[in-house]
Design a protein around this ligand. Structure first.
Ligand SMILES: NC(=O)c1ccc[n+]([C@@H]2O[C@H](COP(=O)([O-])OP(=O)(O)OC[C@H]3O[C@@H](n4cnc5c(N)ncnc54)[C@H](O)[C@@H]3O)[C@@H](O)[C@H]2O)c1
Length: 441
């Protein structure tokens, strides 16, 4: 972390690979908020408070007044998609927001048009958009993305850019040799290695230029040594993965409570139905596997069966996602939780959450973009695990076990904001918040 934080001067470009339901809901929400038509509910950066002194009850500040975040008025949006729809069309297609609201901001939404995507159908078999780059190699594709970013910056007079991946979930991929080092990865880009996913090409393009990149899907993307090393080399903030919404949000709220009361859990069955394009993509087994792996880890991390074998040693955890078009973006989830208490007496908890996927995800995208920009201006580079509050399967700095308890995550986030504040006002000697030493991988 550097001595003082660079001010949020000029415009901030938020670029989103994947301009679908989540992205269009976030963009429309910010524009509606700017015009005084709506309120940014669910966004910590816009409505959340922080205690000024630890433990004090009546001494609060809005987070956006506490640390130097970019103002919503200074944000400009852009992105890429495999479909040519502008944001008005994408939001209309997504059917998340009321059409009357979209119509009232139609001109502002229509001017936001996608750039041609870097896409490989092998990674998302259920989509067949044609608005894609025709690059000879993945290396060329990365160079074209870098040019896109430059063009966007000039056209919109933008001084800084952050990228948040809001694209579809890609098929399941395990880390392999091409992901191990920057050199292997660059060689793989040039030789069109099949193990380099499109999202990784975006991540490489961004991080090579010192542009923060946060991954909102469960894909590996930034969670490979090559991108982590590149982020350290170019001093760039990165993070991921998978926005924490819906069922997993509930899980990370309820599980810490059960653990706090030393109640046992023998089974947790989670199933849900959703009918949006994300659901269609996840209807493919390979893409579902990526999501399943991301969702499964949270309970073990919170309940720690290794420390509490009597309470959680036999925990059976199962997750299903089913594509059900009539529900659209309105996901419905059911959790059956088998718990046990004093003398092993069993009890059950049932949760039926009728949520709106993109309504929960939109403020997360905004907050991640604004905090990633703050981190970059504060000189904090590498994996920003203090942002794990927003993520289902948090990437950690050196592969340590992730913290999934939402309350502990919020504490960490606020502690980092306090340190940034103290640093900015020079109340403290410089602290190294990046914790980055020599690459451990
Ligand atoms: N909504 C939630 O609650 C939630 C929670 C966690 C994670 N996510 C993840 O966020 C992502 C977006 O969700 P959504 O509901 O907006 O899905 P969506 O299908 O509506 O939007 C994704 C968009 O990405 C585009 N796309 C796919 N591959 C691309 C590529 N290589 N380059 C550019 N664009 C590409 C698709 O055409 C689509 O328009 C998904 O990966 C989803 O799993 C969503």
């Amino acid at each position: 972390m550097q001595e003082q934080i660079l001010p949020a001067e000029g415009k901030l470009g938020i670029l989103l690979p994947g301009l679908g339901a989540v992205a269009s809901t976030m963009i429309a929400g910010v524009i509606a908020t700017r015009k005084g038509l709506s309120k940014p509910i669910g966004s910590l950066t816009q409505t959340g408070h922080i205690e000024l002194e630890e433990g004090s009850k009546d001494n609060y500040s809005l987070i956006k007044d506490y640390v130097p975040l970019a103002a919503l008025e200074d944000v400009v949006f852009g992105g890429w998609d495999i479909y040519e729809d502008n944001i008005y069309q994408a939001a209309t297609h997504a059917r998340v927001l009321d059409q009357r609201l979209l119509d009232s901001i139609r001109p502002e939404l229509e001017v936001i048009k996608p750039m041609r995507a870097v896409f490989d159908r092998d990674y998302v078999r259920n989509l067949d958009g044609k608005f894609i780059k025709n690059s000879a190699t993945k290396w060329d594709a990365a160079q074209e993305l870098i040019k896109d970013i430059e063009t966007f910056k000039k056209a919109n007079n933008v001084s800084r850019v952050v990228i948040v991946w809001t694209g579809s979930t890609e098929k399941y991929l395990e880390q392999s040799a091409v992901h191990e080092t920057i050199a292997a990865f660059e060689a793989g880009l040039k030789s069109n290695d099949v193990n380099i996913a499109p999202s990784m090409v975006y991540a490489y393009a961004a991080v090579s230029q010192g542009i923060p990149f946060i991954n909102g899907a469960p894909n590996l993307t930034t969670d490979i040594p090559a991108i982590v090393q590149l982020a350290r080399k170019t001093k760039t903030a990165i993070g991921g993965k998978d926005f924490k919404t819906g069922q997993t949000l509930m899980k990370t709220i309820v599980a810490p409570g059960l653990a706090a009361r030393s109640l046992g859990v023998s089974g947790w069955y989670s199933t849900n139905i959703l009918g949006n394009r994300d659901g269609l993509v996840l209807d493919d087994e390979q893409n579902f596997k990526t999501k399943e792996v991301s969702k499964l880890g949270v309970l073990e991390d919170i309940l720690r069966p290794d420390l509490h074998p009597d309470l959680y040693g036999d925990l059976y955890h199962k997750i299903r996602i089913n594509y059900y078009p009539p529900h659209g973006d309105n996901k419905e989830s059911w959790d059956n939780i088998d718990i046990f208490g004093w003398l092993n007496y069993p009890m059950q908890i049932k949760i039926n959450f009728l949520c709106r996927d993109s309504i929960l995800a939109a403020p997360i995208v905004l907050d991640l973009a604004l905090f990633a920009d703050l981190a970059q201006r504060a000189g904090m580079y590498g994996v920003q695990d203090w942002l794990s509050f927003y993520l289902k399967s948090p990437q950690t700095q050196n592969g340590e076990q992730a913290e999934n308890d939402v309350f502990k995550q919020l504490n960490t986030l606020k502690q980092v904001l306090r340190t940034i504040k103290q640093q900015d006002t020079q109340e403290l000697p410089a602290l190294d918040l990046t914790k980055e030493t020599e690459p451990a991988i």
